[in-house]
Design a protein around this ligand. Structure first.
Ligand SMILES: [Zn+2]
Length: 228
């Protein structure tokens, strides 16, 4: 099989991650489109692990995934597992994703975090949960997202974000804006974590799906899995 088109990929030793590009197809799970199942099967075959997807709802719920979990887990924006034969996905098109390898406890985590999930602190919540389980050694990738220049918002949303995560509320030449990645990076710094950041703007890059640009329901997949 031809290698799947990826926007970015990497490894943390025993754990690999990748983020699919627009060329690798659509992984949306909120609307069934042509090719949707095939894309998922291709991705699963390439990874060689059972893939589990969240049906994200811009909340802060995180599900523990095990071998009996469904392929689609409803109403969660985060997945965590220690089962080595399961790959975790997060879907996005302008929202950021965060992929986490917790090395001491051999745990992986995939999060979907748009402006709302970032503001509602799903990332610190996941990190706290793993820390309470004994983790102190995190490897983290922050996936691509719409950049602040392309993500102008109204004053109300700007102020809402400013109150909860001030680093993410920015003013560009065009006015009030949100920098999702900056907010997430700031939250990681609170845990003394220096992440890898995929610095690609989904709105500007034709390699990416962008909800704001295209206005449709296509999604890219960010995936993390144990490679051995
Ligand atoms: Zn941009």
């Amino acid at each position: 099989m031809a290698s799947l088109a990826s926007l970015a990929r990497g490894s943390f030793g025993q754990v690999d991650w990748l983020i699919t590009s627009r060329q690798a197809g659509d992984y949306a799970n909120t609307s069934l489109k042509n090719g949707f199942d095939l894309n998922r099967r291709n991705l699963q075959n390439q990874i060689g692990r059972r893939l589990v997807f969240p049906v994200a709802c811009h909340g802060d719920s995180i599900a523990q995934v095990d071998e009996s979990s469904a392929e689609n887990i409803e109403k969660v924006d985060g997945l965590i597992t220690q089962f080595p034969n399961i790959a975790l996905a997060a879907l996005s098109a302008d929202c950021a994703t965060v992929l986490i390898y917790a090395q001491d406890t051999q745990t992986i985590c995939a999060l979907h975090a748009g402006w709302r999930g970032m503001k509602d602190r799903i990332l610190p919540k996941a990190l706290n949960q793993m820390q309470q389980a004994g983790e102190n050694n995190f490897k983290v990738v922050v996936g691509p997202a719409i950049c602040a220049e392309c993500y102008g918002v109204d004053e109300a949303r700007y102020l809402e974000v400013k109150q909860k995560q001030p680093q993410a509320a920015v003013i560009t030449d065009k006015g009030f804006a949100i920098d999702i990645q900056k907010g997430l990076i700031s939250q990681l710094q609170d845990f003394k974590i220096n992440p890898e950041v995929v610095s690609i703007c989904t709105f500007e890059s034709q390699e990416c799906f962008s909800f704001r640009r295209d206005g449709d329901a296509h999604r890219m997949a960010s995936v993390i899995w144990f490679n051995s």
